[in-house]
Design a protein around this ligand. Structure first.
Ligand code: HEM
Length: 154
């Protein structure tokens, strides 16, 4: 971690005029894409927004991965700038746990949505296990934002 902080990338993020503001701004854009889209998918799966066809959800999820790619890239860049602090910050580590959990649920859901969503429309609804997963996903992404924001303060 100490070595990471000595890299040219960490130096650029920390000292250049545009480094940190630009990367953190892109991190917020990425967050809006992944969390915004995943929350629409989860809310539809738990019964909100019934006019959104269930078969449309997998294409929303496909778009969300672009947001994740942006946040993984920008997150690693910010991380290098204070790697020792972040790697020992309980708030940041909890956030990483929430990100891993949220991503795992999205990755698990994607093939199921592709295969089964068409049937759910005909047979009266989303299976209870999928609704439970969607609820857990909503909580995890909400916690990701809260712990992401509080990292700098706690
Ligand atoms: C994929 C979903 C992610 C979301 C929704 C997310 C969300 C956030 C939020 C809300 C903040 C606070 C932004 C602010 O201060 O204005 C933040 C900051 C940060 N994130 Fe993420 N993040 C994600 C992924 C990652 C990843 C994968 C990493 C690292 C590998 C990471 C590293 C960081 C760091 C280092 C900060 C700065 C904390 C600080 O000092 O303020 N994030 N993130």
């Amino acid at each position: 971690m100490q070595w990471l902080e000595t890299t040219a990338l960490a130096e650029w993020v920390l000292t250049s005029l545009v480094g940190y503001p630009l990367v953190l701004t892109l991190h917020s854009v990425g967050m809006a894409i992944i969390v915004g889209l995943v929350m629409v998918v989860d809310l539809r799966l738990i019964g909100r927004f019934e006019r959104i066809p269930l078969t449309a959800l997998q294409s929303l999820l496909r778009l969300a991965w672009y947001g994740f790619a942006v946040n993984l890239t920008t997150g690693v860049m910010i991380f290098t700038s204070q790697a020792v602090f972040y790697s020992t910050s309980p708030t940041f580590l909890l956030k990483m746990l929430m990100v891993i959990g949220g991503v795992a649920i999205a990755a698990y859901m994607q093939p199921i949505l592709r295969r089964e969503a068409v049937g759910w429309g005909e047979t009266g609804g989303v299976p209870p296990r999928i609704r439970t997963l969607a609820t857990v996903s909503l909580a995890m992404w909400s916690m990701t934002i809260i712990t992401g924001r509080f990292t700098a303060y706690l």
